[in-house]
Design a protein around this ligand. Structure first.
Ligand SMILES: [Zn+2]
Length: 589
């Protein structure tokens, strides 16, 4: 996943020697083999891509260069990248995971402030302790009312234990009674969001509430949701934003259900904690819920990264439809053609819990898989509702659709959807927000490029692949090869950097590793490495081809007659070489 920190900052925590050593000891084939059945194919291993849905393998892993690439969806990188993209780790977590796996001790982290680290660790420890206390209280004398609630909701004890549900008793002073009253402890409890400081001292935030611990991606408790038992307000109270708890980024059930979702390819987004738990109680541990607020873009991105075909489950009432609409609007900028989210409106007055009680797991799962409608269909229905009837209605629908579609960043998907909506409304969508469009294009190399290959002529692509597959070829390049790519060419910076890294001996591994480090969001490197081997004969042809284009460009800009004549001579010689190569290769075939 994309880390919010610039790569330089992320990298600075570890020395490159350590990162390289760790990569060389970790086996990417084994790492990916946990999720993907890989079979040898030429120099590489191939399997079904874990990032997008496919029936024939287009996911390649280069065993010697330890880099993967999917020719279907364009995802690629090294072991760190895989752990970040696939398992949702942040960079330092991916490093730690690999280090543990291969048994390499972690270096002393050069974090800005070891004191901060210690504080963070203490905070997380305390958050877990508080969850333990709530959980014990639920089982104890004071928990009777809360236990009765769970019984009414038919929530089994195993779920209560697995999700560590708890109870915060009524009244004030509970936290102090459990953890003591020394100033440092109270400050810490305030910092993690369970105490509120006011003019009279510290007060418990959660009182007389059922407690749902909320975990981050690593499964650590970072906050709580609290549900009131009687009719009091607010019905749900959650942790405030703290150093640990960021409600717009977290999803209830994420760390608990991640593996099941991947394995069973079923992800259901529901509205509340109890829906998540009711589904788990019916052997469907595949639900996630936002934390009491409307779903955010960040949460939607996390959902799509975990599974590209989520099912969004909403109440059939007005509020449910509005929530669905918001989810659609916020998802559009992040939607790619490999995603296919679907939407399901539940019957009036029903929620996942009541439906599961009534019809059982099998019928409910069938409902999910069969009744959920594609996002485009849901979008069109919503547009029709908003726009109303008649010619004016169709015009309003087209206008609104135009605005919404302009936020999409996947050009192909946008065009496809635009075509569908034009068919339905009978109106051509005119605004394409060219500014937005251009900005996306510009950003494409900086972000994950899903650039079609045709943007760069095939020979440029093959040429780069031939060099990054075998760095000895750099030594065969002519002196002027440094300028083979024009300045604004998308491969220019990669090429010149690789050029400067190349030695006389084969150092392909070092070059690819270094490039991946310096261009962390570039997917071309991984793709070139995983392309079928570019044979020497092709490389010789490519080399001449590149050289000729370069000289041709020079000739176009040249002024003096002598210069032009010299260039003509060079081109003539190259053309002769080209003929010779072509003839000899034809003879061979
Ligand atoms: Zn893929």
């Amino acid at each position: 996943m994309q880390s919010p920190y610039p790569i330089k900052l992320r990298m600075a925590q570890f020395s490159t020697t350590f990162l390289d050593e760790l990569l060389s000891r970790a086996d990417i084939v084994e790492l990916i083999g946990r999720h993907v059945d890989l079979k040898p194919s030429g120099a590489n291993m191939m399997g079904l891509c874990p990032f997008h849905h496919e029936k024939t393998p287009s996911f390649s892993v280069s065993t010697d260069k330890q880099i993967y690439y999917c020719f279907g969806c364009g995802k690629g990188g090294n072991a760190y990248r895989y752990l970040m993209e696939h398992d949702g780790y942040a960079f330092p977590e991916a490093v730690e995971f690999l280090a543990n796996k291969v048994g390499m001790p972690m270096p002393e982290r050069q974090v800005a402030n070891p004191h901060e680290e210690a504080k963070k660790k203490a905070g997380l420890g305390l958050l877990q302790q508080v969850a333990d206390v709530f959980h014990r209280t639920l089982a104890g004398e004071q928990g009777g009312k809360a236990r009765a609630y769970f019984e009414r909701r038919k929530l089994p004890q195993a779920i209560i234990n697995n999700y560590q549900l708890g109870f915060a008793p009524a009244g004030y002073g509970f936290m102090q009674r459990c953890f003591g009253t020394d100033t440092k402890t109270l400050q810490q409890l305030e910092r993690i969001g369970v105490l509120i400081k006011n003019e009279r001292g510290y007060a418990d935030r959660f009182r007389d509430r059922i407690m749902f611990p909320i975990r981050n991606k690593n499964g650590q408790v970072v906050g709580y949701g609290g549900r009131i038992l009687d009719d009091g307000e607010p019905k749900y109270l959650n942790s405030p934003e703290t150093d640990f708890y960021h409600k717009s980024d977290l999803l209830y059930g994420f760390s608990e259900h991640r593996d099941y979702i991947r394995k069973h390819k079923l992800l259901v987004v529901v509205e509340g904690y109890m829906d998540v738990l009711a589904m788990a109680a019916h052997e469907l541990p595949c639900a996630l819920a936002p934390l009491g607020t409307a779903i955010t873009e960040q949460q939607l991105q996390n959902i799509l990264r975990l599974h590209g075909e989520p099912i969004f489950c909403f109440d059939g009432d007005r509020a449910g439809r509005q929530a669905a609409w918001r989810a659609i609007e916020r998802m559009l900028p992040h939607l790619k053609s490999e995603h296919s989210p679907r939407f399901l409106y539940l019957p009036d007055g029903a929620d996942p819990d009541s439906l599961l009680q009534e019809e059982g797991k099998v019928a409910f799962e069938k409902r999910l898989r069969e009744d959920a409608r594609p996002m485009l269909e849901t979008l069109v229905k919503g547009l029709k509702n908003i726009a109303g009837d008649g010619a004016e209605g169709r015009a309003r629908m087209a206008k609104k659709a135009d605005t919404m579609l302009s936020t999409m960043t996947d050009d192909y998907l946008r065009q496809a959807w635009q075509g569908e909506i034009e068919k339905i409304s009978g109106v051509n969508l005119i605004h394409q927000k060219p500014n937005n469009f251009a900005a996306n294009r510009r950003n494409q190399t900086a972000l994950k490029p899903q650039r079609p290959l045709s943007v760069a002529p095939m020979k440029h692509d093959r040429f780069m692949a031939s060099l990054l597959q075998d760095s000895k070829r750099f030594s065969q390049l002519p002196d002027d090869a440094y300028d083979f790519f024009i300045d604004n060419h998308p491969f220019k910076s990669l090429y010149t950097r690789a050029f400067s890294l190349a030695g006389d001996d084969d150092n392909t591994l070092e070059i690819t590793a270094q490039l991946m480090r310096e261009f962390p969001d570039n997917q071309d490197i991984a793709r070139w490495v995983n392309l079928p081997i570019v044979e020497d004969a092709e490389f010789q042809m490519l080399l001449i081809d590149m050289h000729m284009s370069y000289l041709d460009g020079l000739r176009g800009r040249a002024e003096g007659l002598t210069v032009i004549m010299r260039l003509n001579e060079e081109l003539k010689a190259l053309r002769a070489q080209q003929h010779q190569l072509k003839n000899s290769s034809e003879k061979e075939n």
